[in-house]
Design a binder for this molecule. Structure first.
Ligand code: PRX
Length: 659
């Protein structure tokens, strides 16, 4: 088909007009084919008895080695369990049952490398590779319940690594490839990892990072770490420690080919994923097997109207985030879907690479973050217009609120003006999508995620009390759901304190402020804690501050979010220097590089502002609210509670002269 191009001015006018459209009905062509066109019966059953309804989904979607007899156990809130007496294996649900059903030849991943290499990995391939790697792990003494770190780029081996852990009941702890080696070392240390699966080097926009060498340097001799498996991906030189480090390809080739899936309790831990919270210490969010798989399989199938035999699923997330875990690996594989996996950045080797892949693999469903959509808008509609995107029938977004203009652009330019867009709200903690629209059954409201899914109950509370709030308030989830986190790894107290102390142990504190309209549609306003959302990536102000303060020239630092057109939020850091050090451009670069090394490039402050003093309350707490006002160029809020009210005027003057 010859692609059609709408001239830029016409598109702009159309988008302006669309901004008045606050509700978009279900497209009739989509509804005619959709699997769910009426939520009524689902909602009725899920509301009447949520635990029984979820049990029905768990039975329908998963294969159980030993069927469960109990659904939710809420006798020890907030430590809820689901399907606890059932037994199953996640890798068997993702692989064996599909191969047994004759789907071994189906492509699980159309992998596309940064330099244009391609690999089609079938379900049978994945099963064979997973069993061999599982045997390597067993040979190295890894047992059920042990933690295995994974630090790999977007290559098929990352999926094999996760599933090999799941096969033997080891708990995987994947670290996003964009994090620094120091961040990897810290996460391996606090989780007591016994093995790490990593890579010689990773490619990023044509350059190669010497990952293994960096990880070695940062990690030193971590006492618990007995095995490091190294995937040779780029061929870059890397140090190998005798007795500990093994070549992935060599050892898996030599391993036994058959490894039966372990029979594990439904509450057996599947993985830990570290995420940022209000303190400098990342939270090890723990998910278990049966409930998690039920949540991701149900949502992947129903929110995305998935037809496993026909659809080609393309999720642009990195596997190192929860979106990658739930909607690149476990959801799609449980559902026997075919996916596209791209190794590189969205603008490498060119700004149309995603659309080239949509055209090449005839992707039907595409899922990405609003930041990426805004970047594509900036690059211009002429880029996607150069490709045939007519295979796309459904679009999704995740990670941050999407502004209506970006929403309409996405639908018009990528979705041809006809595909529904599902804005999916959820968190690392929730494991699976919680609030959105079912595309064949519910109208869309640009800027609003939608309504809670069947089996999910959301509400609003006022900031100060347990009372229900009207249209605006603090978002809570009011009943347990199967894919919820079970605890913070090794820190039950922090789990209770973070999520269940404000409104009680039956009301989950989400950490977002939201509004709910008369139709029950939820719009997310933003975080209520010190978490910053940069491009849909969650970062903690405290974590960035502690990285900056660790620099020898820095005396004190305060980090706040400033509003950013492209990335939603960006990091602004107010920095007080030691003694006679002088803040200049060279030091800005030094501090940014320092943060990249401690946490990762994504945590680098967009802006560094030098401050002689920071605004503090009488009890010595930094008043970030005032710093946010400065960063966003707003009029200052109330300064009377400051220990020294003159600090703000001095700070403003200092910033004005610097600019
Ligand atoms: O603030 C919400 C925002 O991202 C937070 C969760 O971040 P994380 O655990 O990293 O998971 C991101 C991917 C699931 C939420 O507390 N958020 C996520 N999705 C949306 C969103 N904000 C608005 N709209 C969304 N669709």
């Amino acid at each position: 088909m010859e692609p059609t191009t709408l001239p830029a001015r016409e598109l702009e006018q159309r988008l302006e007009a669309l901004l008045d459209v606050h509700e978009v009905p279900v497209p009739s062509a989509f509804a005619a084919e959709a699997q769910v066109t009426d939520r009524g019966p689902l909602d009725a059953a899920a509301t009447a008895d949520p635990a029984a309804w979820w049990a029905e989904q768990a039975r329908a979607l998963l294969d159980w080695q030993v069927p469960f007899t109990q659904s939710l156990d809420d006798s020890r809130p907030p430590f809820y369990t689901w399907f606890a007496d059932g037994r199953l294996n996640a890798s068997a649900n993702c692989l064996d049952r599909h191969v047994d059903a004759g789907l071994g030849g189906r492509v699980a991943f159309h992998w596309h490398g940064e330099e244009g290499e391609t690999r089609d990995v079938t379900y049978a391939d994945l099963l064979a590779d997973t069993q061999r790697l599982a045997n390597v792990l067993l040979d190295r003494g890894i047992r059920a319940g042990d933690v295995v770190g994974i630090f790999l780029p977007m290559i098929p081996e990352v999926v094999v690594a996760m599933l090999a852990c799941a096969r033997i009941g080891a708990i995987h702890n994947v670290v996003f490839g964009g994090f620094s080696a120091e961040a990897v070392a810290e996460r391996m240390d606090v989780s007591g990892a016994k093995a790490l699966i990593t890579v010689d080097g990773a490619r990023r926009k044509g350059k190669v990072a010497a990952v293994k060498a960096q990880v070695d340097a940062a990690m030193g001799d971590l006492a618990t770490l007995e095995t490091v498996l190294v995937v040779r991906h780029t061929g870059v030189d890397c140090p190998m420690t005798a007795g500990r480090d093994l070549d992935y390809a060599e050892t898996t080739a030599a391993a036994e080919p058959v490894c039966p899936p372990a029979e594990l309790g439904a509450e057996h831990p599947l993985f830990i994923l570290y995420s940022s919270g209000s303190t400098a210490k990342p939270k090890g969010i723990l998910h278990t097997t049966g409930g998690y798989l039920t949540g991701v399989a149900w949502t992947h199938r129903n929110v995305f109207d998935l037809r496993p035999d026909e659809d080609v699923w393309f999720c642009s997330a990195d596997v190192g985030w929860i979106t990658g875990h739930s909607y690149m690996v476990y959801g799609p594989l449980c559902n026997a879907a075919t996916s596209v996996m791209y190794e590189g950045a969205p603008d490498y080797p060119h700004q149309g690479i995603w659309w080239e892949l949509v055209e090449r693999y005839k992707a039907t469903i595409f899922y990405t973050a609003p930041t990426a959509i805004r970047a594509c808008m900036k690059w211009g509609a002429h880029i996607p217009d150069g490709y045939d995107l007519s295979s796309l029938r459904l679009l999704g977004t995740v990670g941050e609120p999407i502004n209506p203009k970006a929403w309409h652009w996405y639908r018009e330019v990528i979705g041809g003006g006809t595909a529904p867009v599902v804005d999916t709200w959820w968190q690392t903690e929730t494991g699976a999508i919680m609030i959105t629209t079912l595309p064949g059954a519910q109208a869309m409201k640009p800027g609003s995620a939608g309504t809670p899914l069947p089996g999910v109950k959301a509400g609003l509370r006022s900031l100060t009390s347990e009372e229900r709030a009207g249209g605006n308030g603090i978002l809570v989830l009011e009943q347990p759901w199967p894919s919820m986190l079970r605890t913070l790894y090794g820190d039950d107290d922090r789990y209770v304190e973070t999520y269940w102390s404000r409104y009680g142990e039956r009301t989950y504190l989400v950490g977002d402020a939201a509004s709910i309209d008369s139709g029950g549609y939820v719009s997310i306003v933003g975080r209520i804690d010190d978490v910053i959302n940069v491009s849909g990536h969650r970062l903690s102000t405290a974590e960035v501050e502690s990285a900056i303060v660790a620099h020898p020239k820095v005396a004190e630092a305060a980090v706040v979010a400033q509003t950013d057109e492209d990335t939603g939020q960006a990091i602004a850091a107010f920095v007080t220097l030691e003694g006679d050090y002088h803040g200049d451009d060279a030091l800005v670069e030094e501090l940014r590089a320092h943060v990249a090394e401690r946490i990762g490039k994504l945590a680098r402050p967009r802006r560094i502002l030098w401050a002689d003093d920071l605004p503090k309350t009488r009890s010595g707490k930094i008043m970030r609210r005032l710093l946010r006002d400065i960063a966003d160029g707003r009029a200052l809020g109330d300064v009377t509670t400051l220990r020294d009210p003159t600090v703000m005027a001095a700070l403003q003057a200092q910033i004005a002269t610097a600019q």
